[in-house]
Design a protein around this ligand. Structure first.
Ligand code: FAD
Length: 320
């Protein structure tokens, strides 16, 4: 089975999800190939090769500096043919999902988004994915010939640490590098130093925080734990924080080791974005808030008293 892993980079730095994809690919036991596109793809390609990327195709061009799904999809489509890809794996991030939907359309191939488990069954791959916030889980297989496109939810598989690989420089067709739209400039989200989808710890705030001015204490706890700041839609809609921080159905799906929900009621649309977190801690002054139904630890009380106390304690313990 020929597997093609798509390693995405930002500012020349590979997304950690790329190494999780390698781990998943290795588990399928086929021939692993990897493609990485960047202005200069050699360095990220070397890293992928040293972590089990197999034959790593480094495609370098100034037009590949920024993520552009139209261009990236055309370049990957060419590589798919070169390696006779039967399974193509990418991360189920915003970028990964946009890219793979376009790629699947280009290849006329079936696609599964947000898989949480990949297994081999004879010559086929079985992809498991949750629906309705995890209430239903389906196992999907591809019928017939042609490639199978799959995006994998970040932080489900561990990162591949080592393995064999070699870097091969590839150039993209000039027609593949043409797009109807190009990216002129990218400004980083002001969300925080740690990316929400990559964070091991997330501290999220909801309407219980009463106002934008009080979010500092939530961010302080996130910082003390080396984590990221998240938000419910209610406070994004209220303009207290940017959309980039929103967790949930119409925001980001996150899967950290530890998730704090502070002053968040636990509406289903929020839960679908965070309920697979390994440990959930809820802080809410209403003991009947639905968030407590899925929390591993619940603190019933006033966030304005509990947050500073927790931050103080963690700073003392962790030396922050
Ligand atoms: C199509 C659609 C898509 C949506 N997508 C999303 C999404 O992606 N993400 C999302 O989050 N929501 C989403 N929503 C909105 C969702 O339904 C809820 O309205 C929203 O999640 C509520 O946000 P909240 O929990 O911050 O606010 P509330 O529901 O108002 O909850 C505030 C909580 O704070 C508690 N509280 C109050 N004061 C304190 C205090 N001092 N200390 C501690 N706790 C306190 C209260 O007891 C309450 O439980 C969507 C809705 C729709 C219809």
């Amino acid at each position: 089975m020929n597997i093609l892993v798509v390693g995405l980079q930002k500012d020349g730095r590979l997304l950690p999800a790329s190494f999780e994809l390698l781990e998943a690919a290795k588990g399928l036991g086929g021939n692993v190939h990897t493609v990485v596109m960047a202005e200069n793809a050699e360095e990220p390609a070397k890293e992928l090769a040293s972590r089990g990327g197999g034959k790593v195709m480094a495609v370098s061009d100034a037009k590949l500096k920024y993520f552009n799904d139209e261009i990236y999809a055309k370049v990957i489509r060419g590589i798919m043919d070169k390696v006779s890809a039967e399974v193509v794996l990418g991360p189920a991030t915003f970028y990964g999902k946009a890219l793979f939907a376009r790629l699947a359309a280009l290849a006329g191939a079936p696609m599964i988004s947000d898989a949480t488990k990949l297994e081999k069954d004879g010559d086929n791959v079985v992809a498991t994915r949750p629906h309705y916030g995890g209430s239903v889980v389906s196992s999907l297989v591809k019928n017939g010939e042609g490639p199978f496109m799959i995006t994998l939810r970040p932080k489900v598989y561990p990162e591949s640490k080592d393995g064999d690989g070699e870097v091969v420089s590839e150039s993209a067709d000039s027609s593949a590098l043409e797009a109807k739209m190009s990216v002129a400039e990218v400004k980083s989200e002001s969300g925080g130093a740690v990316s929400l989808t990559e964070a091991d710890v997330i501290v999220s705030a909801g309407r219980g925080l009463k106002g934008a001015d009080n979010l500092g204490m939530v961010k302080e706890l996130a910082e003390a734990l080396g984590g990221a700041f998240g938000a419910s839609r209610a406070i994004v809609d209220a303009g207290w924080t940017e959309y980039a921080n929103q967790v949930g159905q119409t925001g980001k799906t996150v899967n950290p080791k530890l998730y704090f929900a502070v002053g968040i009621s636990g509406a289903i649309q929020h839960l679908v974005g965070m309920r697979t977190s390994q440990t959930i801690v809820a802080i809410n002054k209403d003991k009947d808030a639905p968030i407590f139904n899925i929390a591993n630890y619940g603190i019933v009380g006033d966030a304005f008293e509990i947050l500073p106390a927790l931050t103080k304690k963690f700073k003392a313990e962790l030396g922050g």
